[in-house]
Design a protein. Structure first.
Length: 219
């Protein structure tokens, strides 16, 4: 009976020894690579208890563990860097065009006013006055009162038109309290005869210019 008890005790001790050896495993590389995880090596702890190893050995073990982690991280970082595209590729030229950012400007403030043939040899301010005189002279010369006499209109009217970047008269408007289709038609006819106008410019670039002048009718 005593022999059986002794054999059972020996068998139990051997099983416990085997189990303790199986549980003592090295941490995986994935566990080492996660710096936020606390890694405890059971084998090192048990060996320390048995042999009372000095603290320096434990520190060396931790240092070697850190080296393994650092080397593993640097290896992964190098692989990632190889996959990142470099910025040495040529940068395409930026395409720009020489267009002004405004659609039109008033005659009184444009840098270089539109030109008619009789005003080309004048300076900037004289060209401005010369253009006004040419427009008014052209209007008085071509205006025919008989074309609007049936409407019996009189008073002040505002004539407005644009000179395009190609030197063409466009967007003619007659502004007044009383509208007259015959007057509109006469104004269109008069300015349709204007030709050979050079467009106004800003910084050497052509721009559409708006010209406005008053008209007094006393028919």
């Amino acid at each position: 009976m005593k022999k059986r008890i002794v054999l059972l005790l020996l068998f139990s001790l051997s099983v416990l020894s085997i189990c303790s050896q199986e549980n003592c495993t090295e941490p995986t590389e994935e566990e080492l690579i996660d710096l936020n995880t606390i890694v405890i090596n059971k084998c090192e702890v048990e060996e320390k208890k048995k042999t009372n190893t000095p603290k320096r050995n434990v520190l060396r073990t931790k240092k070697s563990l850190r080296r393994r982690v650092t080397n593993r991280i640097s290896t992964k970082a190098n692989k990632i860097n190889k996959n990142i595209p470099t910025t040495d590729a040529p940068i395409p030229d930026i395409i720009t065009d020489d267009k002004l950012q405004v659609e039109n400007v008033l005659f009184e403030v444009v840098e270089n006013v539109p030109e008619v043939p009789n005003c080309k040899n004048s300076d900037i301010e004289d060209k401005r006055k010369c253009f006004k005189n040419e427009i008014h002279n052209h209007f008085e010369k071509n205006f025919n009162p008989e074309n609007i006499i049936d409407d019996e209109i009189k008073g002040k009217f505002i004539i407005k038109f644009n000179i395009s970047i190609y030197g063409k008269i466009k967007d003619i408007e007659v502004l007044s309290k009383k509208r007259s289709k015959k007057l509109d038609k006469e104004i269109f006819r008069i300015f349709g005869k204007l030709k050979d106008i050079e467009p106004g410019t800003i910084n050497g670039l052509p721009i559409e210019v708006t010209y406005v002048f008053p008209l007094h009718l006393t028919i």
